[in-house]
Design a protein around this ligand. Structure first.
Ligand SMILES: [Zn+2]
Length: 347
């Protein structure tokens, strides 16, 4: 959220300063209302930092963890501390005195509305957290596992709140409607671009859905190779019984625990694996099994013993899939359960 705020808002409001005198307080009130309802202004952020390549948070970002947690609690969103840290990593890598890059937010009432004007990191975090909390509410995000809702909130954070209602009227966030909104806004503003249409994957590559890290299963993809594109739960009126790990075709998929492959092949309709495309199903013990769908290539055979961390397949988009990802399931007595609490990011 960096540039052109004043230009944007003035053009948006159509205020002509040459001919009409408008009291400053009125302008400020209007700015706050406009940005709160129609959005904003700080939509123009492109990626501020280079990707570190492994999905981990920098030392500087981690150092802000206690302060981020404090403001998240104050804003009523303590469970989203990890997500705020992911946003900070994307915005600044934790560098500078405005680590959340929110000097141009209308919520900033202490410093000039110009890039990097905030000289107090604590204030930057306070404003960034307050603004993101409003995006979470507007997007009706249900939990830290609600990736669909979180995606909507994140894109709204980058584009401005106006995107959230616009997208809700179209079924929520999608990469396609984010691109459409950006194009529409750029055209309206006469700008060459608007916002970061990749903001959702850019932030989510730093976000670990499990959080606690106490689970018995490792992640099916290596840190930094994926972002979670869909979580467990209701999504567009459909129950999604797994977690989707989006990654380029050919990316390695690892067994999350040792076990025996009970199925490796193309899931034919009626086989119990219909729609999964090329799929691997591994039984770990008499209770738990894990499943990896939509693979481009299968590297293990039915009946084979596999070790935890072994590469078992490659990312693809086979079966009912709209793009390269691994649909990952954990099953208890062959019924899908939310994998997030069972995963351990530490492997
Ligand atoms: Zn899925």
């Amino acid at each position: 959220m960096k540039k052109n705020m004043r230009k944007y808002v003035l053009r948006f409001l159509g205020i002509g300063f040459g001919s009409v005198f408008i009291p400053l307080t009125v302008i400020i009130v209007v700015l706050v209302i406009v940005t709160a309802t129609l959005g904003s202004a700080f939509g123009a952020a492109q990626s501020q930092t280079q990707y570190n390549g492994d999905g981990s948070l920098s030392e500087s970002v981690l150092a802000y963890q206690p302060e981020v947690a404090k403001y998240c609690t104050a804003s009523g969103i303590p469970e989203y501390t990890g997500l705020i840290l992911a946003i900070m990593q994307q915005e600044s890598g934790g560098a500078g005195s405005d680590p959340m890059q929110c000097s141009e937010s209308p919520l900033n009432v202490k410093y000039e509305h110009a890039p990097n004007s905030i000289r107090d990191p604590g204030y930057s975090i306070e404003i960034g957290v307050m603004y993101f909390a409003s995006c979470l509410r507007a997007a009706k995000v249900k939990s830290p596992q609600d990736i669909q809702g979180i995606s909507l909130a994140l894109q709204g954070y980058n584009f401005g709140g106006g995107y959230i209602n616009w997208a809700l009227a179209r079924g929520g966030y999608s990469a396609e409607n984010a691109a459409e909104f950006s194009q529409m806004k750029a055209q309206q503003m006469g700008w060459s671009g608007y916002g970061d249409i990749q903001y959702v994957p850019h932030v989510l590559r730093y976000y670990q859905i499990a959080g606690s890290g106490s689970g018995r299963f490792s992640y099916p993809l290596a840190p930094g190779t994926y972002h979670i594109s869909r979580g467990w739960g209701m999504d567009h009126g459909e129950m999604h019984k797994g977690i989707d790990f989006a990654a380029p075709t050919g990316t390695n998929i690892y067994a999350v625990a040792s076990g025996v492959v009970v199925f490796s092949g193309f899931g034919q309709t009626g086989s119990g694996y219909g729609g999964y495309g090329n799929v691997v199903h591994i039984k770990h013990d008499s209770t738990y099994s894990s499943l990896y769908g939509h693979c481009s290539k299968l590297l293990v055979r039915t009946g084979e013993q596999v070790q935890k961390g072994q590469v078992i397949a490659l990312i693809g988009s086979t079966g009912q899939s709209t793009g390269p990802h691994c649909h990952f399931e954990i099953r208890v007595n062959n019924k899908q359960v939310d994998p997030a609490p069972l995963l351990n990011i530490g492997k």
